[in-house]
Design a protein around this ligand. Structure first.
Ligand SMILES: C[S@@+](CC[C@H](N)C(=O)[O-])C[C@H]1O[C@@H](n2cnc3c(N)ncnc32)[C@H](O)[C@@H]1O
Length: 241
């Protein structure tokens, strides 16, 4: 592991403060991470899967909220390395098990009470102009493809009555993500959080954002000279056995 580029990041969100180590090759926690963390409901001893764990920040929040076991997965090898290191630094190495691979692929046979589904959900073209996704691991052409694949695979990894925490946004094809979630969870979806977030001018005024708005994939709100997008966090629950 190349530590020469590592820097400290302080998490001041739920159950913080604590510090984690990052590089420019590891996804840095965002407002979405904070809002998902605020919405999490973890009972003592529960098993949690954190899909697209990045630095591991939400795995650590889940562990600090009392999870008995947390499995993190990410396709970004550098993220996986740092998430493992961060778990050890925080004294959570015995609780948090981070595995490299896509979605639930590294978790054959693992079932959880909770899935944290904060996997990449920003359209590839917006990710490319923003530089938000180190390694280019973004959400697919409309930002819905990776979250929808995650949702379709999640059911097999949740126990009856299990819960999935899902961020959605008007910066992606949100209707496609919500339709996929409703197919699995039906009306057992509760909106927990909502926030309007500014889109940096450079991104809001880019040709790719204009094209995605024109095609109806992305729906932004104009407030004066600012463009905002709406983030929502959902708790989706499977029926009991
Ligand atoms: C929006 S970031 C969230 C990271 C972390 N949850 C946080 O709050 O900082 C999404 C993460 O999903 C990862 N990712 C993208 N596609 C993936 C896939 N198919 N399987 C697993 N992880 C993926 C990215 O590498 C990135 O670390």
């Amino acid at each position: 592991m190349d530590l020469s580029r590592a820097r400290e990041y302080e998490w001041n969100g739920r159950v913080g403060p604590f510090t984690i180590m990052l590089t420019d090759g590891v996804f840095e926690p965002t407002h979405t991470s904070r809002e998902v963390a605020e919405g999490l409901n973890i009972n003592p001893g529960e098993t949690v899967i954190d899909v697209g764990c990045g630095s591991g920040v939400l795995s650590f929040v889940a562990a600090r909220l009392g999870a008995g076991k947390v499995y993190g997965t990410d396709v970004n090898p550098e993220g996986v390395e740092f998430a493992r290191w961060n778990a050890d630094r925080l004294g959570l190495g015995h609780v948090v098990d981070v595995r490299e691979g896509s979605l639930f692929d590294p978790l054959v046979g693992v079932k959880a009470d909770v899935v944290i589904g904060d996997v990449s959900g920003v359209p590839d073209d917006i990710a490319a102009v923003s530089g938000w996704f180190p390694g280019g691991f973004s959400g697919g052409p409309t930002g819905s493809e990776v979250p929808v694949a995650m949702l379709q695979a999640a059911e097999a990894h949740l126990v009856p009555g299990g819960r999935l925490y899902l961020p959605t946004g008007s910066i992606q094809d949100e209707n496609a993500v919500l339709a996929a979630a409703r197919k699995i969870f039906d009306d057992r979806m509760q909106q927990l959080r909502e926030r309007l977030l500014p889109l940096p001018t450079k991104i809001g005024e880019s040709a790719v954002v204009r094209a995605l708005m024109d095609s109806g994939v992305v729906r932004l709100i104009r407030r004066g000279s600012r463009l905002l997008w709406r983030l929502r966090v959902w708790e989706c629950t499977l029926p009991p056995a």
